[in-house]
Write a protein that binds this ligand. Structure first.
Ligand code: ZN
Length: 100
């Protein structure tokens, strides 16, 4: 895996989903806040969040403590969910997502 030229190294933490036990991806809490339903935004705290990318799993986001979890039904589908998916730090392409 080639690393990108930017110095903006993302701190990658691995956490497994509390429901399906798949490994989740680290996500900024502001991104979570952006896509959860309006009345749930208050639940999003300044914490580390993870996204479960397993299609069959009901969980979408969960935090590091695993005491907060957002399910499919908690997500505002009108929000630009693709923006969230783009933060997937799986591999740095030519221009990585964090060095625009
Ligand atoms: Zn899951």
């Amino acid at each position: 895996m080639t690393s990108c030229q930017c110095n903006n190294k993302l701190y990658v933490v691995k956490k497994t989903c509390p429901l399906c036990k798949e490994e989740g991806k680290n996500l900024h809490h502001l991104v979570v806040k952006e896509v959860v339903k309006k009345d749930l935004k208050y639940l999003v705290q300044n914490d580390k969040y993870f996204i479960c990318r397993n299609d069959k799993c009901e969980a979408v986001f969960y935090n590091e403590e695993k005491d907060t979890m957002f399910l499919n039904i908690d997500i505002n589908m009108a929000a630009d969910f693709n923006e969230v998916c783009k933060t997937d730090g799986g591999g740095c392409h030519k221009g990585c997502n964090s060095c625009h």
